[in-house]
Design a protein around this ligand. Sequence first.
Ligand code: FES
Length: 124
Amino acid sequence: MNLKLKIWRQPNAKAKGKFEVYHVENISPDTSFLEMLDILNINLINEGKEPVAFDHDCREGICGMCSLHINGHAHGPDTEITTCQLHMRKFKDGDTIVIEPWRSAAFPVIKDLVVDRTAFDKIL
Ligand code: FES
């Protein structure tokens, strides 16, 4: 699969962010969404560019760290799964995928797709 990615890039909490466009090619439908982002980041690093910051931990649908908004939906187009359980077979070759951080005033963006979860941690 070849895909166009529109990803929110924001260097730090005070910077004004913006979408940037990237392309990934030859992605297997069996690749997980986070593995697809890993491939993008390897490509960016090999090109001498800054990789996209995104949160993840368990990659098994347990911890809740992978809080991305994908095409306007929390965790993407599938239901009752987390982003790390989402696979590229849910998209079509040639799709444009919009990837944003979880947007909430209580959880400001720290960098790119990573938000500050301090408010949530205080409740816990
Ligand atoms: S990385 Fe833990 S739930 Fe997705």
